[in-house]
Design a binder for this molecule. Sequence first.
Ligand SMILES: [Zn+2]
Length: 124
Amino acid sequence: MTGKRIEIESNVMDERRTTGYLEVKSFNPAEKTRNALKKLALWWGLSLVSILIPVFHFVLVPLFFFLGFFFARKGYKSEGQILNGETTCPHCGAEVKVAKGELSWPMTEICQGCARVVRMEPKA
Ligand SMILES: [Zn+2]
């Protein structure tokens, strides 16, 4: 699985800037719809199963039903998925790895060297 490489600029909320990159896989509308439907099916499945749980079903059924909408919508709005990425901490110069996950700007990652929050934005 290969993605698109995005150049990023990192900062720790001051004037110092470092550069890095993110490898991103973006979804096309058909994939987005499929992902959203999958999430919806998963949560609504749980919702159906919890109908069988006495008492708790009053809470769980509507909760899971709602979560289905919530995650499906969130997944649909997602700009893509991060496969990997790397930048340099502007404060201590340590290498900061970006974990796999959903792409949403600005990205943040905790520096393992100085525990500062490194904020990453696409390079203009
Ligand atoms: Zn650091």
